[in-house]
Design a protein around this ligand. Structure first.
Ligand code: UDP
Length: 248
């Protein structure tokens, strides 16, 4: 794999990154931590689109299990992502970085509607765009929304920030000797049991349209900067690589 650097990225941030030490909801300090990371790459002239999830507040699947109609529960999940987006926008702008919030569900009082060409223009003008409400339709997750947006916005890569630094052959939290996949070919990513960090719809769509995915830990010093510079952190999933496990 040659070293890559990326000019326009789509960063998918799970709702859990807004939790901080809480079990539920939004910790403003956690939002600030995310914002600090964004600022560190903003200074490097990277065009940034962010898709934020809502799992820290509400997930459609959980709502459906508890007896709410699945589609209704999914719309509730989408609304959860709007709250996270507002918190993140506030935190990023407090660091002096201009942003625009765009929503796949129309909500003119709080966010612009998602308009592809407008979103691209914002990035060209140096605004970080935060995309909320996923795809705007139920039965999918924000990972799928991230994959779709990365494609339509012409991003070079889809970056998924997670709790651990990439994809491992075993759970690295339980098994300290777990080995990290340096690279994974999309064909393997779709069938490997270990690859649970991203849903299959998102993987399949990214693979079909040749959108590489990088998976790494956001809250690790300089990781996002390193990812943008194409350094060997986390796991790179692509059509152009073999599946390779590190020795560590
Ligand atoms: N959701 C949806 N359509 C979308 C994106 C999200 O229905 O295009 C709903 C779905 O119920 C999902 C919830 O919003 O569970 C929150 O998003 P997600 O679970 O992806 O958040 P994350 O795991 O990234 O925090």
């Amino acid at each position: 794999m040659t070293k890559r650097s990326f000019k326009r990225i789509l960063l998918k941030i799970g709702g859990e990154s807004m939790l901080g030490k809480r079990n539920f909801g939004i910790d403003p300090n956690a939002a600030q931590n995310v914002a600090k990371n964004i600022k560190s790459i903003y200074a490097k002239n990277t065009q940034i689109a962010i898709v934020i999830g809502g799992g820290n507040i509400f997930r459609g699947v959980a709502g459906a299990k508890a007896g709410i109609d699945r589609a209704t529960a999914d719309y509730m999940g989408m609304l959860a992502t709007v709250m996270n987006g507002l918190a993140l926008q506030d935190a990023i702008e407090k660091m002096g970085v201009p942003t625009r919030l765009q929503s796949a569900l129309d909500m003119p009082a709080v966010a612009e509607s998602f308009i592809r060409r407008r979103a691209i223009r914002h990035m060209e003008k140096g605004r970080v765009i935060i995309l909320v409400a996923g795809t705007g339709v139920p039965y999918v997750t924000t990972d799928t929304g991230a994959s779709l947006h990365a494609l339509e916005l012409g991003c070079d890569v889809l970056m998924k920030a997670t709790k651990v630094n990439g994809i491992f052959d075993k759970d690295p939290i339980k098994y300290p000797k777990a080995r990290r996949y340096k690279t994974i070919n999309f064909k393997d990513a779709i069938i490997l049991d270990e690859v649970q960090v991203m849903d299959t719809t998102a993987l399949a769509m990214s693979s079909e349209n040749n959108m590489p995915i990088m998976i790494f830990k956001l809250f690790e010093k300089d990781n996002l900067q390193k990812a943008v510079m194409g350094e060997d952190i986390g796991t790179y999933v692509g059509n152009d690589v073999k599946t390779i496990l590190t020795k560590e």
